[in-house]
Ligand binder design. Structure first.
Ligand code: MN3
Length: 239
């Protein structure tokens, strides 16, 4: 009798492969989100080539490099991208830089919209801005100064502090206000601006202040309003 085809070991092997293989592939959990608008949608403030390079290559590299850290840092598999930010001090610099880069850029795309399509600041947010800065214009002026003054690469932020007040802050490299690191003012980022040269150099070269000014035409206030409400709005936390 001819030997039977080894279905049983083959099937066992396949099941083992699925069981062992599934967690391995699930480890590489982070994915590059698509832009919420076409690459040319933010022109002329941000050109299509910059958007393509910035999203596909720069943000794409942060995601790929973060996923490459799973083997050395298996606890990454148990954390959402949001939760990772608040525990970043436990991880090596490669996770800090790439995990921050992934979070920052994911928010950045969603905080922008084609000019004229981003709505306006809600009455609740405007009230909070006026309480903390005096006026919307004064907040923008403070933000612009902070973004222009960031030496080298980094981000400028409008944050909601835990007590409901708003503040302008800045972080170096790919750090952000959610990170549990010394020297970072903690808060919920409502608005963030990438002032790395890769974000503006093709159109603006060394004229970072012109990029900052043009960027205000792209604010997705609907997103900012929702982030403010989700963070608790103007209300102070219960004691
Ligand atoms: Mn960038």
């Amino acid at each position: 009798m001819a030997p039977r085809f080894p279905w049983r070991p083959l099937l066992a092997g396949l099941i083992a492969l699925l069981l062992l293989g599934a967690p391995a592939s699930a480890l590489a959990a982070f994915t590059l989100p698509p832009l919420p608008y076409p690459v040319e949608a933010l022109e002329p403030a941000i050109d299509a080539t910059t958007m393509t390079l910035h999203h596909d290559r720069h943000h794409g590299a942060y995601v790929a490099n973060l996923n490459a850290q799973f083997a050395a840092n298996p606890e990454l598999a148990r954390l959402s991208l949001d939760a990772l930010q608040g525990q970043i001090s436990r991880f090596p610099d490669a996770v800090r830089n790439n995990g921050g880069g992934h979070w920052n850029h994911s928010q950045f795309w969603a905080m922008m919209a084609p000019a004229g399509q981003g709505g306006a600041a809600s009455p609740a947010l405007l009230t909070a801005i006026e309480a903390s800065f005096g006026s919307l214009e004064a907040m923008q002026e403070r933000f612009n100064q902070t973004a222009a003054a960031r030496f080298g690469s980094g981000w400028a932020w409008l944050i909601r502090r835990a007590d409901g007040s708003l503040a302008i802050s800045s972080t170096a490299n790919q750090d952000n206000p959610l990170m549990d690191l010394p020297g970072i003012e903690r808060g919920t980022p409502l608005l963030g601006l990438d002032v790395w040269e890769h974000a503006y150099y093709l159109s603006y070269q060394n004229r970072r202040p012109d990029y900052i000014k043009a960027w205000w035409s792209l604010i997705n206030w609907d997103t900012v309003n929702r982030r403010f409400d989700d963070a608790g709005g103007a209300s102070k936390p219960a004691d």
